[in-house]
Design a protein around this ligand. Structure first.
Ligand SMILES: [Zn+2]
Length: 278
């Protein structure tokens, strides 16, 4: 059960009220670790590559093709998603490469411009069978902007989904990107209110700043796709740091990157259990 469409993972999860883990890939080791963690827990998983990660590598193809190869060899369903894409050109490149979904982020634009830009991307992606996530109500935290106070209005969310035709919606409900502590407080009543108003799956960004029990509660209240990046990088980097500190003569990159990969595998398997047991 290798590479699958994102829709085929998210839609059954909505019906069962399960959360779906969507974890960010920067290095090849992330993709290997995330898939190994999903295989251990027997859960499907979404690999996602952000526009920032593409910029880091200088191009989508090398890391994108690597992630696709890891997904195709998996024993659980794995989908590949592009995260926080602001460039329609990168969306087109992703669709050509074979991603199952894209998150098009025009949340920095005003409402009307966000609707126009997103609807254009949806038309292109749907013609190619690709699922589209968009964001309404800018979720802060990136590039130093901290806006944990941002909130998505349920009525506006429903209107946005109807006007754009998106397949999933990222909403602002109290989380913030790139948090190093897990003490964000989610507005669970708002999650339930948006879930009742909007006919598509909801996506939680900034989930690294949310503790296990709060993540599970968010899923119970109607969240489905749970995006986690920073939290896994904390685990990766802590293991690398320990490994390097323990042996100052260590030069084989496989030793410390391998330790980081193992730490991410363990944490992915654990988190997928949290999201499914909610
Ligand atoms: Zn995000």
């Amino acid at each position: 059960m290798p590479l699958v469409a994102t829709r085929s993972i998210v839609e059954p999860a909505v019906r069962r009220r399960h959360g779906v883990g969507a974890f960010n890939v920067i290095q090849l080791e992330h993709a290997e670790a995330i898939v190994a963690g999903a295989e251990r827990s027997g859960a499907p998983v979404i690999l996602q590559i952000s526009e920032n990660a593409v910029r880091y590598h200088g191009a989508l193809a090398p890391i994108g093709r690597a992630a696709l190869a890891v997904a195709r060899a998996a024993t659980v369903p794995v989908a590949l998603h592009l995260d926080h894409v602001t460039s329609p050109e990168l969306v087109r490149e992703g669709v050509e490469l074979g991603v199952g979904s894209v998150m098009f982020d025009a949340s920095a634009l005003d409402y009307e411009a966000n609707v126009r830009a997103t609807a254009g991307v949806v038309a292109h992606c749907h013609a190619e069978g690709v699922w589209v996530e968009a964001e309404l109500g800018e979720i802060g935290g990136k590039d130093g902007v901290h806006a944990a106070g941002a909130r998505t209005d349920p009525g506006e969310a429903a209107a946005f989904v109807a006007s754009t035709g998106v397949d999933a919606l990222a909403v602002a409900v109290g989380s913030s990107h790139a948090m190093l502590t897990r003490d964000a407080v989610l507005d669970l009543d708002l999650v339930a209110g948006i879930a009742a108003a909007v006919p598509v799956p909801l996506v939680l960004h900034g989930s690294s700043g949310v503790a296990d029990d709060n993540l599970a509660a968010a899923v119970r209240h109607g969240m489905t796709k749970i995006n986690i990046a920073t939290h896994l990088n904390k685990a990766f980097t802590a293991a690398v740091r320990t490994c390097l500190r323990e042996d100052e003569h260590l030069v084989d990159t496989r030793r410390y990157l391998g330790a980081g990969r193992t730490a991410v595998t363990d944490e992915v398997a654990r988190l997928l259990g949290v999201l499914r047991a909610s």
